[in-house]
Design a protein around this ligand. Sequence first.
Ligand SMILES: *Cc1c(COP(=O)(O)O)cnc(C)c1O
Length: 366
Amino acid sequence: MHTIPINALDRHIRPLTEELMRASAAVIASGYYVLGPNVKAFEKEFAEYCGVSDCVGVANGTEALELGLRSIGITQGNRVAVVANAAMYGTTAVLACGADPVFVDIDPAAHTMDPASLEAVLASGSIDATIVTHLYGRLADMDAIMALARKHGFAVFEDCAQAHGAHDAFGRRAGSFGKAAGFSFYPTKNLGAIGDGGAIVTNDPQVAGTLRKLRQYGWAAKYCNELPGGRNSRLDELQAAFLRIMLPQLDGWNARRREIANRYSREIRNERIRVPAISGAEYVGHLYVVQATDRAELQRHLAAADIGSDIHYPVGDHHQPFFGNRYVTTQLPVTEAACQSVLTLPCFPELSDDEATRVIQACNSF
Ligand SMILES: *Cc1c(COP(=O)(O)O)cnc(C)c1O
């Protein structure tokens, strides 16, 4: 039996090959390679898709977070609330701005920021902003978090690197709730380029203007360095041209991911495996994550059936070696339990029904 991988980018890209080749030939012939017409067009199309006024392309998702925080005014000494179960991406951006991360626990079912835990953090000191990560492709509880933001006067920045296209019952998409939002177009993301790419979306033209300076050395105009914290972080024309071909497919890919995920949640029946609830459009199936207290054993069982699995993510930010004992007294019980038990099963648009059946059978025979 063939191995079922956790991801299969070759299958994902193959049907698009000819169209991508034609687009790359056109870019090569055009003489525009950086911040040209394709970037401009993609920015417009992606802003429209997200339901916001502005999009600014950058080099990757990590810089989308850091420049995004800078663009909303986060600076030295500010306090920014983050979750600790999202692989350090948000925390790294906070540190890069010279600000201090304040860790918030997660909801035990959704694994996104727990508004009650955020409220508890606010009771012990004010914050300047929060990064809300729509982890695994699931919208966080934005109504509750935005209500806290209005009451306490802090900014909300969304990390949408796993949640392109997720939307609530009113059609509001990931990236349209907060002051601004970061996206990654790393190849394995729901909308992924053929290399690195990222973007920030916002409804605030002033924030967008600041970002257009920050991504080009802090320039207000050529060779006029106006802003601190600027650098070179640009989206290539080639990547923008590829993303423009893929964007119209995104909703279909997301629907297929969700179909596989919901089948897993319905058909995996094993008291040693906790599955997420059946989901609607608020979840775009970036990662399908179950919980098992005997995770290592489950992973071995799946491997014996030639099924790939992975752990997203094994170590909380507050326990990263990088911090030494800076956060030894920080208590995040739900986050810590999740780090010990989460396991990701194969879930990508090109996974076949037969492969999904094999994954379900292997889980049920554990
Ligand atoms: C992938 C990812 C990032 C970082 O994106 P890069 O393009 O790899 O820099 C940030 N946040 C989350 C939640 C991610 O999944």
